[in-house]
Write a protein that binds this ligand. Structure first.
Ligand code: FES
Length: 202
């Protein structure tokens, strides 16, 4: 698992645009008045969407004030969950699951391919600025291991060859479609093959 990096260049100020400010107020209405801190996660997502898919420290401070909660608590939440990015990510943000089920089926090789195709280190932009990658914990698709998430899409049932093809497609800005790369329908069993002794194999 890689450590989450805070970007070395930070904007001095952050505030919600008027439309996001209005949206943030609406989000707050969903929570009891004495529990407004509970809105911290949707507000972090709002800030991330507003700021090119990453959250500057100024936004964490802004949200802390917005919710009357200590900055350090907002920081703890933003650094705990992998879905919040604290440094710029590429147009194609690749998250490789390296938890045990994916690791047992070869996700460490996918990490190696990311290092070759995108950047030597996680959370760094590729040379053309289009891609970045990181390692994450289980993304809930273990039955299609190994897998990776790219932006909001899942690429599943991977092997070295398919992972390389997929990563090349992002680097070339011609993304392949997501889904199973062994032609499975979602997580359904693969077609059965009959073998000579009459026993069916998956
Ligand atoms: S272990 Fe990789 S998706 Fe669950």
């Amino acid at each position: 698992m890689s450590l989450k990096k805070v970007h070395h260049e930070q904007p001095e100020k952050f505030e919600f645009t008027q439309s996001n400010f209005d949206l943030a107020k609406k989000i707050l209405e969903k929570y009891p008045k004495n529990r407004k801190k509970s809105a911290v996660m949707p507000l972090l997502s709002l800030a991330q969407n507003q700021n090119d898919n990453w959250i500057p420290l100024a936004a964490l401070k802004y949200i802390g004030k917005f919710l009357s909660m200590p900055y350090i608590n907002v920081y703890e939440i933003a650094t705990f969950y992998s879905m919040y990015n604290l440094s710029p990510v590429g147009k194609y943000f690749v998250q490789v699951c390296t938890t045990s089920p994916c690791a047992l089926r070869g996700s460490n090789n996918i990490v190696k391919i990311c290092k070759e195709k995108i950047s030597k280190n996680p959370s760094e932009l590729s040379e053309n600025g289009l891609c970045s990658w990181t390692e994450v914990e289980c993304l809930g698709a273990c039955v299609n291991a190994p897998m990776m998430q790219v932006n909001t899409d899942y690429y599943e049932d991977l092997d070295d060859l398919s992972a390389e093809k997929i990563l090349n497609s992002f680097v070339d800005d011609k993304p392949l479609s997501p889904g199973s790369f062994r032609n499975r329908k979602n997580s359904a069993p693969e077609k059965e093959k009959k073998v000579s002794n009459g026993i069916k194999n998956a």
